[in-house]
Design a protein around this ligand. Structure first.
Ligand SMILES: Cc1ncc(COP(=O)(O)O)c(C=O)c1O
Length: 382
């Protein structure tokens, strides 16, 4: 066997042994809260389309109209010929929405993180990140060449201690956190975090991927990063910040400079989605209200966002419970290491404005039936 294939085969065997191999499952979203897998239609609690806008006729019409006029792709990077006027309109809109001077749109939230972080800090500087911050912030931090330290999840005392102890004289320090944590559904204590940052002249980047359009912000960070792919239903990423920061990134964020611009249709879709957010505030309240209906019914702590994790321990148990729920027509994908720390595999339940109360109640009953809440009742091989 070629050494390359032998390497891949050995790695796959290790993943199989740890029940950590990932496999694709073809899935077609037929309506906002339903998903087609093979010949089965499941109620999906595993999409991040929190407001049901990916299928909204107004959002689709905006994207289709832009495709008819401008085609499917940007054709080049923004700095060459890919700077379609719709992108500038979207940036002005995002900046106004977030209350910042300016904004910059990227190809995705992942690309935004790995572009922004290394453009702001580098060798000799310090990055301090919440231990549960998303993988793309880890990637951005590593790419920067700065010293990267974590602090215990939401532990502001540890953040302050490490910031004081670890920073080189005169070096820059960047704090990374999420407004709503993607796998836990809880929120960062932003007012306290920003006060610590200010006291140490450290900069703060908040990833709002799972907050925008769903939770009301309790504070604004100087670097508000996010994605167009969750509550806004489409594709793309953004950073909202001051004018000098955004101008610097246009020259220095490598994932912006050297990547094809976002397609005009994605900008048109995001603009239409933002119109809906403004016009229908009740839509934004629905995911958390449904999540709370679920947590109340199961006696769990009140949901803080659209995301509710059900911790089940080992990966095998999460997979078995997910399969048992699918048997009942409900899709709740098992989340396993390395996406989450070892021993904390979970069912990650994501609620959408597109669910109805009946969907939530069906999930409550099914969670009890399969033994996902309380004592395990499944025969699970560990
Ligand atoms: C917190 C967080 N940031 C960034 C991303 C990446 O965004 P995108 O999917 O737009 O690349 C995700 C997930 O996709 C996320 O959960």
């Amino acid at each position: 066997m070629h050494s390359l294939d032998a390497f891949a085969a050995e790695k796959l065997a290790q993943l199989d042994a740890g029940h950590l191999r990932r496999r694709l499952t073809p899935s077609a979203r037929t309506s906002p809260a339903r998903i087609q897998r093979g010949d089965r239609t499941l109620v999906s609690f595993s999409c991040n389309d929190y407001l049901g806008l990916a299928q909204d006729p107004r959002v689709k019409a905006a994207a289709i109209a832009a495709i008819e006029l401008y085609g499917v792709g940007a054709g080049a990077s923004r700095l060459i010929t890919g700077d379609h006027p719709l992108l500038g309109q979207l940036e002005a809109r995002l900046a106004a929405f977030k209350g910042t001077e300016a904004a910059l749109v990227f190809g995705s939230g992942y690309l935004a993180n790995i572009g922004v972080i290394p453009a702001l800090v580098g060798s000799g500087d310090l990055v301090l990140m919440d231990e549960l911050a998303h993988a793309c912030m880890v990637s951005g931090a590593r790419l920067s060449g700065a010293r990267v330290l974590t602090f215990a999840h939401n532990d502001m005392d540890q953040l302050a201690e490490r910031l004081a102890a670890a920073r080189n004289h005169g070096a820059r320090a960047l704090i990374l956190t999420e407004r709503v944590f993607s796998m836990d559904g809880d929120q960062a204590p932003l007012p306290a975090l920003l006060a610590i940052a200010q006291a140490h002249d450290a900069w703060t980047l908040v990833d709002d991927a799972h907050g925008l359009g769903v939770v009301t912000p309790d504070a604004k960070a100087p670097l508000e990063l996010g994605t167009l792919s969750k509550a806004l239903g489409g594709m793309g990423g953004y950073l909202c910040a001051s004018t000098p920061v955004i101008e610097l990134l246009k020259s220095r964020a490598r994932s912006f400079v050297y990547a094809t611009g976002l397609p005009p249709a994605s900008a048109a879709a995001a603009l239409a989605a933002l119109d809906i957010l403004d016009a229908e505030p009740e839509r934004s309240r629905r995911p958390v209200a449904l999540a709370r209906r679920f947590t109340t019914a199961l006696g769990l702590g009140p949901a803080m966002s659209a995301i509710v994790p059900i911790h089940v321990g080992e990966a095998t148990r999460a997979l078995a419970l997910s399969a048992a729920l699918a048997e009942k027509g409900l899709l709740v994908v098992a989340i396993r290491p390395p996406t989450v720390p070892k021993g904390t595999a979970r069912l990650r339940v994501a609620f959408s404005a597109a669910h109805d109360e009946g969907d939530v109640d069906a999930l409550v009953h099914a969670m009890r039936d399969v033994g996902a809440i309380g004592a395990p009742s499944l025969d699970v091989a560990e």
